[in-house]
Design a protein. Structure first.
Length: 264
């Protein structure tokens, strides 16, 4: 219990540092967050125009797509704010960037993913608040389910990033491939699942877990039930555990780079 408490306190300290770091350069913060908010609004405008012409797309109405995009944007924003280092994890593996953390008693994975923060995530968070509030699905009774869904989305985004970037342990320099696979997860998470066939849906609940990122959380928000809640939480926990195991297996193969330094 003491060890678990130490890890929890360390995680809180890292999160606190990342949040403070994201506000450190105010000019860069506001510029990055504003551009991301504008990017999300422009992208969603395409859905708005489509839904104005067609009442629904395979059963998905505008309010449903708002929830889908809002949860995906909120989960991704939270992920890159708290664990922005996951975007460069493959490069760290290939270039020996994990060496400094191997000497530390804390989790290498936790330190690696929390080593950076991305201020653009706040633009995603703002987009999430706007879209979810406009959807009309958020009420006092559904707020707990929304928070659980956003938490599951953030954890799954981080875990999927860890999985695809851990390929570098076996394949060498995989930065472009790993980022592309992570971007695919983000892209598929903002499209209604009814657009995809059964085999692609299976792929999106396993290899690229877009289903865990947004499909289940939307179902939990719109039609909350114990089955959906258990599926979302257990699915997220299982995928996160797999990501931690996959990284740990790769870490055993890790060959340090030529530069070795110790961080205080």
């Amino acid at each position: 219990m003491s060890r678990l408490g130490n890890h929890a306190a360390f995680a809180v300290a890292l999160i606190s540092r990342n949040v403070k770091q994201s506000f450190a350069l105010r000019g860069a913060f506001w510029l990055s967050a504003s551009f991301m908010l504008l990017n999300n609004v422009l992208f969603f405008t395409l859905w708005w125009i489509l839904m104005a012409r067609f009442e629904h797309v395979r059963g998905w109405r505008l309010s449903d797509v708002m929830c889908l995009y809002g949860i995906s944007a909120g989960g991704f924003g939270c992920a890159v704010i708290l664990a922005g280092g996951v975007r460069d994890l493959a490069r760290k593996v290939h270039d020996g960037g994990l060496d400094a953390w191997l000497t530390q008693p804390k989790s290498v994975l936790m330190q690696a993913v929390a080593s950076q923060t991305n201020p653009s995530g706040w633009g995603d968070m703002a987009s999430s608040v706007l879209l979810l509030s406009w959807s009309g699905a958020v009420e006092l009774s559904t707020l707990p389910f929304l928070l659980i869904g956003l938490g599951c989305a953030a954890v799954t985004f981080i875990a999927s990033g860890v999985v695809v970037h851990s390929l570098a342990f076996w394949l060498g320099r995989t930065d472009p491939l790993s980022r592309a696979l992570w971007d695919f997860t983000v892209t598929f998470s903002v499209y209604p699942p009814s657009l995809f066939g059964p085999w692609l849906k299976l792929f999106l609940f396993t290899i690229l877990p877009a289903g865990l990122v947004s499909y289940l959380p939307v179902e939990l928000l719109k039609r909350p039930s114990l089955i959906t809640l258990a599926s979302s939480v257990l699915g997220t926990a299982s995928y996160a555990a797999f990501a931690a195991w996959f990284f740990a297996r790769g870490l055993r193969r890790y060959e340090s780079g030529n530069r070795f330094s110790v961080q205080g």
